[in-house]
Design a protein. Structure first.
Length: 321
């Protein structure tokens, strides 16, 4: 059931992606604001309570609906429920339009437009970035977006689906990721603000929720890319004290990506604290170029095929067993 649910969700998402400002995402934002108003009193315990209600409760509700459908209606509707949940929690089209627009601008020689699109996507000041830095930022942001919108969701969905918990993992991962971005945004720009305790709880919880998926994604990139170089970067990154904490998972994915497609990414270089001349010859990387944008697309799609192949084999094994 999991394989077919995932396949259908990906096909539907490619054919008819969720529109920006859709009702589902608007409902998520309203839900998170309501939880803050009702439960966030500024203490550490309140922060964890707010996070649990905001993230864990919807996952349990998704699980409850799945169990009810399986028990009283039948597996076809339960599978459709899986498809519906996956459709709103994962998908390339939720971020790929940014990547495509920037790539097209760079290929057309319009660096001004590429900077504007990058700034609009990531809310950063890109006005002074040279072309190589634009490409580096796009590579890093794109691979992290692919992880958070696709591979991370898949990891938790498959792990919990194998245990009979339906789409609970997909909901848990998507809300945990959204909370860690949305609550700090509310704290900066809106009132009543989210407390520091709630934001800290969300960031810490996100680190642990994303710990396993980040390593699964890094491993997939290594398998479908340059395995030795990706694993070498992974090992180097995790040997550093800076690789611990909420930001460590993102850095590990970027480090593995740099090795997998043989490109020098700034996050990796800064984490390693090395210059190009200081790095061993076997670990030398090319500077970011336009060709690497196509390489990253190939890396991501090969990883998707790997995921689907493994899930198909698991499904066949369960059917035979």
């Amino acid at each position: 059931m999991s394989f077919f649910s995932l396949l259908l969700a990906l096909l539907i998402e490619q054919a008819r992606p969720l529109a920006r400002g859709n009702a589902v995402h608007a409902g998520m934002r309203s839900w998170l604001r309501w939880v803050v108003r009702k439960l966030d009193a500024g203490e550490t315990s309140h922060g964890w309570l707010a996070w649990s209600v905001a993230v864990v409760l919807p996952a349990l509700i998704a699980l409850g609906i799945y169990w009810l459908l399986c028990t009283f209606v039948g597996w076809p509707l339960a599978m459709l429920w899986n498809v519906a949940v996956l459709y709103v929690t994962l998908g390339f089209r939720q971020f790929s339009h940014h990547f495509t627009a920037i790539r097209d601008a760079l290929e057309g020689g319009d660096e001004v437009e590429a900077r504007r699109l990058l700034a609009e996507w990531r809310q950063i000041d890109a006005s002074e970035l040279p072309p190589r830095e634009i490409i580096r930022h796009v590579l890093e942001f794109s691979v992290l977006a692919a992880h958070r919108h696709v591979f991370g969701v898949l990891s938790w969905f498959i792990v919990l689906a194998v245990l009979g918990l339906g789409p609970a993992g997909a909901v848990l991962y998507r809300l945990a990721e959204f909370v860690t971005r949305y609550w700090p945004h509310v704290a900066r720009r809106q009132a009543p603000a989210v407390s520091e305790a709630a934001c800290a709880a969300a960031a810490r919880a996100w680190h642990w929720v994303d710990w396993l998926p980040a390593r699964v994604t890094a491993l997939a990139f290594a398998v479908v890319g340059s395995f030795e170089d990706a694993v070498d970067n992974w090992r180097r990154y995790e040997s550093l004290p800076e690789s611990e904490g909420p930001a460590g998972n993102d850095g590990l994915i970027v480090a593995a990506t740099a090795g997998a497609i043989n490109v020098r990414l700034g996050t990796t270089a800064m984490a390693q604290g090395e210059t190009q001349e200081q790095m061993p010859a076997a670990s030398a990387r090319f500077e970011p170029q336009l060709a690497h944008l196509r390489s990253i697309v190939g890396l991501v799609w090969r990883s998707v095929v790997l995921w689907m192949l493994l899930l198909a084999l698991l499904t066949v094994a369960r059917l035979i067993g």
